[in-house]
Design a protein around this ligand. Structure first.
Ligand code: F6P
Length: 360
């Protein structure tokens, strides 16, 4: 793909730290190496649905100070699937044609989509419908795209959850309390497992490993016998009740969100162990703020590699992190591998090796 080109870039799905760092990397590479134009699409695909189109031309001076800025300057959404777009009367309609057309109205030669598995599936469908040249970059604090060892945003989320455990540690010891930290992660326990080990948790509960309240209470009692009158528990939001029900709250547009497993456990643990128990739900704090150096590094590597893929004409691919290298794989392959925590993997073995209770 030689000559002057015009590429689009959008961020889709939940925000996370490192999105602006990747936008910056894409703009730098596209302009300084290839002299292309870069069009930022606002609010994920919704910027292409609006008329006039909601877009912004991106230049190097504009993105230069974005490296450490949280969120995404382009805006994003994790609602509003264009193939079943919610309308004011509560029904849904297919608005994909307007989005597809928006790409062509802008005269784009390619599109870089930054998103998780759900966003990638939607973008790929749009690309196929409209003949777009799509390249993907993975981001999600959940780190649940199985094909890549790391997605942008995960490391920062783990840092934040670890810091929360460090802070809770002091108050747990001071008051001899059981402190439960509920973390995000959707259907995977990556944040809980990594932050739990790094933050010195005594109990780590993840959806991939079944647990019993009795086992947790036993752990608390064992610690008390040893004079350790506090206990730090980290639980992933998608851990189910003991009887297997997910703990969710209903959000707008009928979309369910996890939330509440921490309080569910607290009620049962305080009844079963007599320990004074408190709950902290970390929530969206895990998504915001300054990206960690590792997230900046991965964002930079992914941004450069994605632009280079366009230069090579290698579309319908997503960049991934494998064995310390950026490797591109077909998007379809990437979105068909949901990555959960291996209950017998290194991190689970490490946790067990440290005497951390995984609930079973
Ligand atoms: O996928 C990222 C994530 O933060 C999940 O960990 C969480 O379950 C969900 O998004 C929360 O979504 P919302 O921002 O819509 O509340």
């Amino acid at each position: 793909m030689g000559g002057q080109k015009r590429i689009g870039i959008l961020t889709s799905g939940g925000d996370c730290a490192g999105l602006n760092a990747v936008i910056r990397a894409v703009v730098h590479r596209a302009i300084s190496a290839y002299d292309w134009e870069v069009v930022g699409i606002c609010k994920a695909t919704q910027g292409l649905m609006q008329r006039p189109l909601e877009v912004v031309m991106l230049d190097i001076p504009q993105v230069d100070s974005l490296l450490m800025v949280g969120g995404t300057v382009l805006g994003t959404t994790n609602k509003g699937d264009p193939f079943a777009f919610p309308t004011s009367d509560g029904t849904v309609c297919d608005r994909s044609a307007e989005i597809v057309e928006g790409y062509h109205e802008l005269g784009l030669d390619a599109m870089i989509g930054i998103g998780g598995d759900g966003s990638m599936a939607i973008l790929r469908r749009l690309a196929q419908q409209g003949g777009w040249n799509l390249v993907g970059i993975p981001k999600t604090i959940d780190n649940d795209l199985g094909i890549t060892e790391r997605s942008i945003g995960f490391d920062t989320a783990v840092n934040i959850a670890t810091e929360a455990l460090d802070r809770l540690h002091f108050t747990a010891t001071s008051h001899s309390r059981v402190m439960i930290l509920e973390v995000m992660g959707r259907d995977a326990g990556h944040i809980a497992m990594s932050a739990g080990i790094a933050g010195g948790a005594d109990v780590i509960l993840i959806p991939e490993i079944p647990y019993s309240i009795e086992r947790i209470c036993e752990k608390i009692r064992q610690r008390q016998v040893r004079g350790q009158n506090f206990c730090l528990i980290v639980v992933a939001e998608s851990v189910k009740t003991e009887t297997g029900e997910p703990v969710t709250k209903l959000e707008c547009l009928g979309q369910k969100r996890y939330g509440g497993i921490g309080q569910y456990l607290a009620d049962r643990i305080s009844a079963g162990s007599n320990a004074e128990t408190r709950v902290t739900v970390l929530g969206h704090v895990q998504r915001g703020g300054v990206p960690s150096p590792l997230d900046r590094l991965i964002a930079a590597a992914f941004g450069v590699a994605a632009v280079d893929l366009i230069a090579e004409g290698k579309f319908d691919h997503i960049v991934t992190w494998q064995n310390r290298q950026v490797v591109s794989v077909p998007i379809l392959e990437a979105i068909s591998q949901y990555g959960t925590v291996d209950p017998d993997g290194t991190l689970a073995k490490t946790a067990r090796g440290l005497g951390i209770c995984l609930g079973s």
